[in-house]
Design a protein around this ligand. Structure first.
Ligand code: SF4
Ligand code: SF4
Length: 234
């Protein structure tokens, strides 16, 4: 019996995830640049922004993205009890809140992976939503101090669809039971913590199966509605 870590490495799942998510991010980046070149949308503020206010938002990811980040943390000896405690505390703080609620100054906190230089410390394996959410409004609006100012964010319909396909292919490759009416997704700290806790288990399928995965109704509270045109407000 192999552990989760052994399985995803030996079966090529990690390489496939890294390539697949990286391709979606590259594709979104090129689409935003091309839109600006053709003057369909303004140049995204993110290309010149130096202050990552966005790394305080609630990021919702698939278990597969948590597994990819967990692999990088394990490979660089960053899976420590302190990190797990931090992930757990943040996951508990986010539980039951919507992304809008999390943006309030009294709740929001910087992402656990933002380093002291204001850089993403898991950049090479960052989640799809982090790499594709380009903003066209002024960067300081992203801070969230003035909630009445609606951010202009690129629509990610194609990227979201491709992300869901990867989520499903990952479930199949791991032979995880299909959860009718539920998805293997959650907040970023929660999914990374789940992946780390499953990493050395040979019974990882049973372990993952019994966790309280969100219903589609709960997922809808996390994810923005499809607004059909770009750039969109959020
Ligand atoms: S989303 Fe906002 S804060 Fe983040 S990089 Fe883009 S402009 Fe800057
Ligand atoms: S994973 Fe990286 S890019 Fe995403 S919110 Fe955290 S620090 Fe920012």
């Amino acid at each position: 019996m192999r552990t989760l870590g052994e399985f995803v490495r030996e079966e090529g799942v990690l390489d496939w995830l890294g390539e697949s998510i990286g391709r979606i991010i590259d594709q979104a980046t090129e689409a935003v640049r091309e839109g600006a070149r053709r003057k369909l949308v303004p140049m995204a503020s993110c290309f010149t922004c130096t202050t990552p206010w966005c790394c305080s938002v609630m990021v919702v990811v698939g278990l597969h993205e948590g597994v990819l980040i967990a692999s990088a943390l394990r490979a660089s000896q960053r899976d420590t009890p302190e990190l797990r405690a931090d992930l757990r505390a943040r996951a508990e703080a986010m539980a039951g809140k919507t992304p809008d609620e999390w943006r309030r100054p009294e709740w929001r906190r910087q992402c656990v992976f933002l380093n002291e230089r204001g850089r993403c410390s898991v950049y090479a394996v960052r989640p799809r939503s982090c790499g594709t959410a380009y903003v066209f409004s002024p960067p300081e609006w992203c801070r969230g101090d003035e909630p009445e100012r609606k951010l202009q964010v690129n629509i990610q319909r194609r990227e979201a669809l491709e992300g869901e396909q990867i989520e499903e292919q990952f479930r199949e490759r791991l032979a995880l039971r299909k959860k009718v009416g539920r998805r293997y997704i959650g907040t970023l700290p929660h999914m990374v913590l789940v992946a780390l806790e499953a990493w050395d288990r040979t019974d990882f399928r049973d372990y993952l199966r019994q966790l309280p995965w969100p219903t589609l109704e709960e997922v809808r509270r996390w994810l923005p509605p499809d607004r059909g045109a770009q750039p969109a407000t959020t």
